[in-house]
Design a protein around this ligand. Sequence first.
Ligand code: SF4
Length: 352
Amino acid sequence: MLTMVERVLVAEPRGFCAGVEMAIKALTWMVRIFEPPVYCYHEIVHNEWVVRAFEKVGVIFVDDIEEAPEDAPIMLSAHGSAPEVVSGAAERASVVIDAVCPLVTKVHHEVKRMTARGYEIIYVGHVGHDEAIGTLAEAPDEITLVEPESGLADNFTPKDPSKVALLSQTTLGVHEWTSVLDAARDRFPEITTARRSDLCYATTNRQEAVRGLTEQCQLILVVGSENSSNTRALVRVAREFDTAAHRIDSVDDIREDWLGDVTTVGLTAGASAPDHLVTDVIDRLDPSLGFELFSVTEEGEYFPLPPQLRGLVGLLQTMVEAGVAARRPREPDWMAGDRTWTATEALESIVR
Ligand code: SF4
């Protein structure tokens, strides 16, 4: 591809968040511990490349827990599952590992806490998104979903206007959340919301980096899949600041007519996109002055493996030490502790 691109500014942070790191490593452990197929309810994370990589090693993704045979091992995705899915999986499966991100679990808890105190909830999220489906299912009769783009529904009429709460999906655009919050406060001055917004640190940090990139770039490319809510939010943030932006699954999606006389490209990735896809884009753009990192903050968040899986891993460790493990992990370092390896290394281990 012949371009006039001189510089590529690469956002930091970008790509895998702590929740995605945990979920990918957890599913990799499942593939190591159990004979295929391993079943996963919903895509483990919303990234096409990651999902295909796991399918190649025997993971079957299902949208209905009953599609998994009885007594098969089942993992539940990072987006959080409805209570009836969690209980259905527990009845059906030999082993259930719930890879829900703790920050999604926090919103589920808020729903339960607020409805128990008699609040009706406005939930800002995307219809049909896995995270929204799981959260709404915590209290379907007490929650009204509003799309961030549509704003507060005129037809939302609470029984008691002094008992209204506002919660949200973790991956919305910051500006979308604040505009719904402002409108909700105008209509319901006593509205209750989470002490800090439900938007997660990874969402807000990646958006902050994109906002900074818009001051220096004529074009921003966002690596991530169509069904990734936080990825699509990054594109919307760039456009909100009047900068052309496009989502791409991989380098092959870049269109030459986007580049035209663009000399500086901003590059980032949604929270579920592997970093090698970002590197591919830099290689293809081949900027004449090279690439630079554009950093707004450092992230040190770490989420441990789900507790059920930690128990299994401990058991496997004991068996390996005793020389009786049926399936020895190929990577001895895995056994040294979860912090010693990354989701990127986990994916490398399954695709090679
Ligand atoms: S984007 Fe946020 S809520 Fe979603 S998995 Fe990552 S850290 Fe958790």
